[in-house]
Design a protein around this ligand. Structure first.
Ligand code: BDR
Ligand code: CA
Length: 323
């Protein structure tokens, strides 16, 4: 089977961590590396968390490179309220034994694109800072990017506290604008679909019984779920894992093509993803937007990931040692 080569750019973050677990457990994906973004916590913390997840999974073969310290033009804005002081409060992760890549995230991604014999899919699940800088600094590599499958935005509703914007886009709206106007095909998994793609609170026990990786997913869901449980949700949204689930099995999702623009001037809506959902404005579509998911099948996929990760199903033979 031809694996899809991907580069993950993330800010772990509980749901980013679950996305990493799902990606590294899948026989369909070839994870060329993980780069980190400043988002849910400072760059040092999200980087340590990404390394800790790889270490927990015994995946020292997956290179991790650290991204930029701050959004392009706006101040650092973190989400300790949702992800805790460490960015991944709750489960205890091992200290990473493998050093970071010496290259920065952007230089690392550029090298991986240069080296790849086939176009690579970028999977950002945090603010889009690194991806925007990559596109600006290495325009000749745009042709090596197959598509960008991102978690961010919402075309119907928002939850950032700033009008209708979603956290990842709100944190670095200028970076998002660069990405959405790049001409690269975009798959946008926003809150429209991710808020409903949940692990039910009554399903966590199933995960706990599914081995040590399943138990980690349950622990991650425990911490990240607290706030949602308090306000009456039935489960914890696994936002970022929707990107990886889409790549593994696109039939899990209902998608619609549309034009999406980033609001860069609204006093209360800065960073909103304005989707022309019904094509009334006649603007050319630039994104395939997730609108609904088959939640039960998504949960089955995640449950299988625990077992897959234990077997090392997603191990990439070419990624032996540091590269
Ligand atoms: C996004 O914000 C972050 O807190 C999550 O990791 C996810 O990427 C959801 O709005
Ligand atoms: Ca994230």
């Amino acid at each position: 089977m031809n694996k899809i080569p991907i580069l993950m750019d993330c800010d772990p973050g509980h749901d980013d961590a679950i996305a990493i677990i799902l990606a590294l457990s899948s026989e369909k994906l070839n994870v060329l590396g993980i780069t980190t973004a400043c988002g849910n916590q400072t760059i040092e913390k999200t980087t340590k968390n990404a390394q800790g997840i790889c270490e927990f999974l015994g995946r020292r073969d997956v290179p991790v490179a650290q991204g930029r310290k701050a959004p392009l033009l706006t101040p650092v804005y973190t989400a300790g309220i949702a992800h805790g002081e460490s960015g991944l409060d709750g489960p205890q992760l091992p200290e990473p034994a493998v050093p970071l890549q010496e290259e920065s995230a952007v230089v690392f991604m550029a090298r991986k694109l240069e080296e790849s014999g086939e176009p690579v899919t970028l999977v950002p699940t945090g603010p889009l800072t690194n991806i925007a800088v990559l596109l600006l600094c290495y325009p000749h590599l745009i042709q090596k990017i197959d598509r960008i499958v991102l978690m961010g935005g919402s075309v119907v509703s928002g939850c950032s506290g700033r009008g209708a914007s979603e956290f990842n886009i709100m944190v670095d709206p200028y970076a998002a604008d660069i990405v959405f106007t790049s001409g690269i095909p975009i798959v946008m998994m926003g809150l429209d679909v991710t808020n409903f793609t949940t692990i039910g609170f009554d399903e966590k026990e199933k995960f706990r019984r599914a081995g040590r990786v399943g138990a980690l997913v349950a622990d991650l869901a425990d911490y990240f779920g607290r706030g949602f449980e308090m306000v009456g949700w039935c489960g914890v949204p696994v936002h970022d894992a929707c990107t990886i689930a889409y790549l593994i099995d696109p039939t899990l999702f209902t998608m619609r093509e549309m034009n999406v623009r980033i609001d860069l001037s609204g006093e209360f809506t800065m960073g909103s993803t304005v989707g022309d959902s019904y094509g009334v404005e006649g603007r050319e579509a630039n994104a395939l937007v997730g609108l609904a998911s088959d939640r039960e099948r998504f949960v089955e996929l995640l449950l299988g990931a625990g077992a897959g990760a234990e077997k090392g199903a997603g191990r990439n033979e070419q990624n032996s040692g540091l590269n």
